[in-house]
Design a protein around this ligand. Structure first.
Ligand code: PLP
Length: 445
C-alpha cells in the first residue's frame, strides 16, 4: 500500500516509467491520494479495506498471543478471535465453522484440496470414494483455464500415478458440461476441480451443473473460488462442493492468508501436506496467524453484507470504462463470454497490431495486467488466452482490467483516456517502424 502512492524515479511497481503529477479527488477509499497510479488490477490483488486493517490492528499490537496457547488468557482471547473469524468465513459460503481450515492462501488451499484428497483416497482404498474392489479411482478432471497452482497440482498427481484429464474450453471460456459428463462416464473419477471465476477472463462457470455431474459419478468436487468469494454469491450446498478454496487478498483482506472449506457430511478426508503440531484438525499444521485470520474474517463479514452492492456499482464502472475506451479505441474487443462474467473484469483485445506490453509501457500511470499476475514473468501469452483458441496476435494484444470496490468514476475516466492515448502512440510508433497496419491486425495469426 505505501509503495503505491509515491511518485517514482525510475521503474514503478506497475512496470512503467514515472508519470506526470496530476490533481485528483482524494476522498475515494484507501487508495485515494494525489498523483498515485490508477489501480485497475483487482484480480491480481485488492487493497486492504480500512475496516479490515482496523480489525487486525489489536492482534498485532495488543494481543499477539499464539491462539494455541489456551492455558493463558491472552491465548484464549486470540483463539476466540480466530473462531469468530472462522464463523465469518463459513457464513460467506454457506458452510459450518468446523468445515473451514485456515491456510496461507488459495495456492496452498488448492494444493491441499487436490493432492490431499487424491492421496488420502489412494492410501485408504475401500473408503467411500473408492469404487468396488479392483476399480480404484485414479482420474482427476480439471480445466485448461485453471490457475497454475491447480494445473501444477494435477500434474504432480500424474507423476504419482493418477490420471489427469484437462478439459478444453471454447472461445466463451466456459466448460461444456457435456464434455465433463463424457469424461466422467469414461472412467471412475476421483476428483473434479473446476474454478468458479477465472482470474484472467472473469467468466463464471456453471458450478451447480458441474457439482451435480461430479456427484452423480461419485467424484469429489473441488472449486477454486479465489476470484468468486465476495464477488458472486457462492453457496457450498447449492453447488454441492466438497472442497472450496479462497484467498484473503482477493477480497480486500490481507495477503498470506486463505481458507479451505472441507465438507463434514459426508465427510471428506485429506492427507496433510505438512507434518507438524496438528493444528486445524491435523490437516494443516502451523501456528495460526491470528491477525491475518481476523483480517480474512472481517473481509468475509463485509463481503457477505456488501458484495451485491459492490457488484452493482462495479458493473456500472466497468460499463462506463468500456464506453469511454471504445470512444478512444474503435475496434477494441472483449474476450470470452460477455454475459457470464464477474462484474469487475474485462479482458480486452486491442486492434492495430500493437502488443499489450507496448500499451502498458506508454501508459505507466495505469496499473493493469497482460495476463495473470502470477505468470506475468513469462513472456508467452497466458495459457488462459491460448486455451480460448485466440490467435497469437490477439492474445498478445490483450489487457486484463480488474475494477474493484475502491475504483472511482474518475479512475475509470482517466484510465480510459490514458490507455486510449497510449494505444494511439503504440500504433503510430509501429506504423513509423513498418508502415500502416490494419485495424483488425490483432485478429490475424
Ligand atoms: N486461484 C486463483 C483463481 C487466483 O486468481 C489466484 C491468485 O492469483 C490464486 C488461486 C492464488 O491465490 P494466492 O495468491 O492466495 O495463493
Amino acid at each position: 500500500m505505501a509503495a503505491i502512492g509515491r511518485a517514482y524515479g525510475g521503474t514503478t511497481p506497475c512496470g512503467g516509467r514515472d508519470f506526470p503529477a496530476r490533481r485528483r479527488r482524494a476522498t475515494w477509499g484507501p487508495m485515494s491520494r494525489p498523483n498515485r497510479p490508477i489501480y485497475l488490477d483487482n484480480h491480481a490483488t485488492t487493497p486492504v479495506d480500512p475496516r479490515v486493517l482496523a480489525a487486525m490492528r489489536p492482534w498485532w499490537e495488543e494481543n499477539f498471543a499464539n491462539p494455541g496457547s489456551v492455558e493463558h488468557a491472552m491465548g484464549r482471547a486470540a483463539e476466540a478471535a480466530v473462531e469468530a473469524a472462522r464463523g465469518h468465513v463459513a457464513e460467506l459460503i454457506g458452510a459450518a465453522p468446523n468445515e473451514i481450515l485456515f491456510t496461507s492462501g488459495a495456492t496452498e488451499s488448492n494444493n491441499l484440496a487436490i493432492k490431499g484428497a487424491a492421496r488420502f483416497v489412494r492410501a485408504n482404498e475401500g473408503s467411500r470414494f473408492a469404487a468396488a474392489a479392483g476399480d480404484p479411482r485414479r482420474r482427476v478432471i480439471t480445466l485448461a483455464t485453471e490457475h497454475k497452482c491447480v494445473l501444477e497440482s494435477v500434474r504432480d498427481l500424474a507423476a504419482e500415478g493418477f490420471e489427469p484429464v484437462v478439459l478444453p474450453v471454447g472461445r466463451s471460456g466456459l466448460l461444456d458440461t457435456a464434455a465433463l459428463e463424457a469424461a466422467l462416464s469414461e472412467a471412475p473419477t476421483l476428483l473434479v476441480s473446476v474454478m468458479a471465476v477465472n482470474n484472467e477472463i472473469g467468466v463464471v462457470q456453471d458450478l451447480a451443473a458441474i457439482g451435480a455431474a461430479a456427484k452423480r459419478h461419485g467424484a469429489i468436487f473441488h472449486t477454486d473460488a479465489a476470484q468468486a468469494a465476495g464477488r458472486v454469491p457462492v453457496d457450498v450446498e447449492e453447488i454441492r462442493a466438497d472442497l472450496l478454496s479462497l484467498s484473503g487478498h482477493k477480497i480486500y483482506g490481507p495477503k498470506g492468508i486463505g481458507a479451505l472449506y472441507v465438507r463434514r457430511r459426508p465427510r471428506v478426508r485429506l492427507a496433510p501436506l505438512f507434518s507438524g503440531g496438528g493444528q486445524e484438525r491435523g490437516m494443516r499444521s502451523g501456528t495460526l496467524a491470528a491477525p491475518l485470520i481476523v483480517g480474512l474474517g472481517e473481509a468475509c463479514r463485509i463481503a457477505a453484507t456488501e458484495a451485491m452492492l459492490d457488484a452493482g456499482r462495479i458493473a456500472g464502472q466497468r460499463d462506463r470504462f468500456l464506453a469511454a475506451l471504445r470512444a478512444e479505441v474503435p475496434g477494441v474487443e472483449v474476450n470470452a463470454d460477455a454475459e457470464r462474467r464477474v462484474a469487475g473484469n474485462l479482458s480486452l483485445a486491442f486492434p492495430g497490431g500493437v502488443t499489450a506490453g507496448a500499451i502498458m509501457a506508454a501508459a505507466p500511470e495505469v496499473c493493469v495486467s497482460t495476463g495473470s499476475a502470477c505468470s506475468s514473468a513469462e513472456v508467452e501469452p497466458s495459457h488462459v488466452l491460448r486455451a480460448l483458441g485466440l490467435p497469437e496476435a490477439r492474445a498478445r494484444a490483450t489487457l486484463r482490467i480488474g475494477i474493484g470496490r475502491f475504483t472511482s468514476p474518475a479512475d475509470v475516466d482517466l484510465a480510459a483516456a490514458a490507455l486510449g492515448a497510449a494505444w494511439r502512440r503504440a500504433v503510430s510508433s509501429l506504423e513509423s517502424a513498418r508502415g500502416p497496419v490494419s485495424a483488425g491486425a490483432a485478429e490475424q495469426g
